[in-house]
Write a protein that binds this ligand. Structure first.
Ligand code: HEM
Length: 455
């Protein structure tokens, strides 16, 4: 038997153990954790928790021994009222089957067809920005990604309802944020004001989503003939498993809600952080503009242009290393197993330290510096497995990663050709550990239209 490499975390005499410090301010604790060891023991109240810090240990959890783990009961308690048995929270054979059914919606050919609408929404957004004005960047990035996701998921039917949808999703995510950051969330049957708000918002989303599904099934005429409208909803409703069975309305609802929840805020956060980093690094911004000029020369980008925007891709990758929207993920042992020689009893929680691995100086020299040049193909090849995890890894890797990269690249290309964004002087910027990593004080930016000779 291999000796355990697990080390104890920082000493604590607090009855809550490491939990209080973690939930108060997790990022510094996660950044520091690799200095305690590759695998570190924390205590959350009476419960022992393991923190996976090194790429090797993380790889074991997410990839090599992935089937020994489940999503945690906290994730389920918080997310299931919203996402039902959608991909994000489901486990085991059910999850495997769902993943097979949802995957066709994200095949390269299918998502390529979304490029035009991504360009269109980025251009519509560009029309709203005026030279010299100050904008709340987060709001615009969120508007862009919500438009893209709802159009690609639902086609045109919700065009009048996007605002309502957005507001409701925001309300829901606020509650999710709060509940996820307590290890023991209040049970859903206790009618606290927060839980009542959460349930009411979910009911509104349900109403909308079920109506869309019913309409797509042929509405009151009930013809049950689903037409492929080229959106993900069609794909979900048309997908079949090997036995020829399709998803029922409840499962389609859960997947739509999951894609909506997982696919909008994450990408908008990435874009917000990327514009911020560009605004702080004029030489990088200059090279970004030069690439746009060389590849596009002022044209609207197309799907074929995207692979040529290599520096833009490096910028995005480095931005997601520094500010990974999913800064941590968690698993729970499905049965007794071992990790780094440590015996894990069924139910033991493992924190996958994405923030820590992305800021580990042994893997990324000068880890807090924004240096897109590090993301050369050679560097990426030389990285240990599971050392770069903005989209997770293994069988549960983000299903929308190619979609998100394309969506982000298009927004950068369309908007970067026309505008420079500069952080409002004196505006404080600090990452905040919400469900996805957000700028704590928002992101106020001054807009400048780029000079025609540069554009
Ligand atoms: C920059 C944008 C994005 C980031 C950083 C991101 C990050 C992640 C991460 C880290 C996971 C794995 C979680 C875990 O292992 O516990 C994940 C899973 C997932 N993501 Fe994304 N995501 C992004 C965009 C999207 C988009 C655009 C969609 C869909 C439209 C999407 C849908 C999902 C789904 C359904 C899962 C669960 C997959 C499964 O468990 O089988 N994500 N994402």
């Amino acid at each position: 038997m291999t000796a355990s490499i697990a080390k104890n975390g920082p000493r604590t005499l607090h009855p809550g153990g490491h939990m209080r410090r973690f939930f108060d301010n997790p990022l510094p604790m996660l950044a520091e954790s690799p200095s305690h060891g590759d695998l570190v023991r924390w205590r959350f109240g009476p419960l022992p928790v393991l923190v996976a810090n090194s790429p090797e240990i993380i790889h074991d959890v997410l990839v090599s021994n992935a089937s020994a783990y489940l999503k945690t009961s906290t994730t389920k308690a918080v997310m299931q009222p919203l996402l039902g048995n959608g991909l994000f929270v489901n486990d085991g054979d059910d999850w495997r089957q769902q993943r097979k059914l949802v995957s066709p919606a994200f095949h390269h050919k299918r998502i390529s067809a979304y490029a035009d609408l991504m360009v269109r929404y980025a251009e519509e957004l560009a029309e709203q920005w005026k030279d010299g004005e100050q904008i709340d960047l987060e709001q615009y990035m969120s508007e862009y990604t919500i438009h893209v996701v709802s159009k690609s998921l639902f086609d045109a039917e919700v065009s009048g309802e996007e605002k309502e949808l957005r507001k409701t999703v925001e309300q829901v995510l606020q509650v999710v944020d709060k509940r996820l950051m307590t290890f023991f969330p209040t049970p859903m049957w206790i009618p606290t004001p927060q839980i009542r708000r959460y349930k009411a918002a979910i009911a509104r989303l349900d109403e909308l989503i079920y109506r869309i599904i019913e309409d797509r099934r042929g509405g009151k005429t009930g013809q049950q003939q689903i037409t492929d409208k080229g959106d993900a909803l069609s794909m979900l409703m048309l997908s079949q498993d090997e036995a020829g069975s399709k998803m029922d309305n409840k499962q389609v609802r859960d997947e739509v809600m999951t894609l909506f929840g997982a696919g909008h805020e994450t990408t908008s956060r990435t874009l917000t952080w990327t514009w911020y980093l560009l605004s702080q690094h004029p030489e990088i911004e200059q090279r970004f503009h030069e690439e746009l000029q060389t590849v596009l020369g002022g044209r609207t980008p197309t799907m074929e242009d995207l692979p040529k925007l290599t520096f833009t891709e490096q910028i995005l990758k480095e931005s997601m290393r520094l500010y990974p929207p999913a800064w941590v993920t968690t698993r729970q042992a499905a049965h007794d197993t071992t990790l780094g020689g440590e015996t894990l009893k069924q139910g033991r929680v493992v924190i996958v330290n994405i923030w820590g691995v992305h800021h580990n100086s042994e893997i990324y020299p000068d880890p807090w510096a924004f240096n897109p040049d590090r993301f050369t193909p050679e560097f990426e090849k030389s990285l240990p497995k599971s050392a770069y995890l903005p989209f997770g890894n293994g069988p549960r890797v983000c299903i929308g990663n190619a979609f998100a990269m394309m969506e982000a690249k298009i927004a950068l290309a369309v908007l970067g050709q026309r505008f420079r964004l500069t952080l409002k002087p004196g505006h404080p910027v600090e990452p905040q550990d919400m469900f996805t990593l957000r700028p704590k004080y928002g992101m106020l930016m001054d807009v400048a239209v780029r000079q025609p000779e540069l554009a």
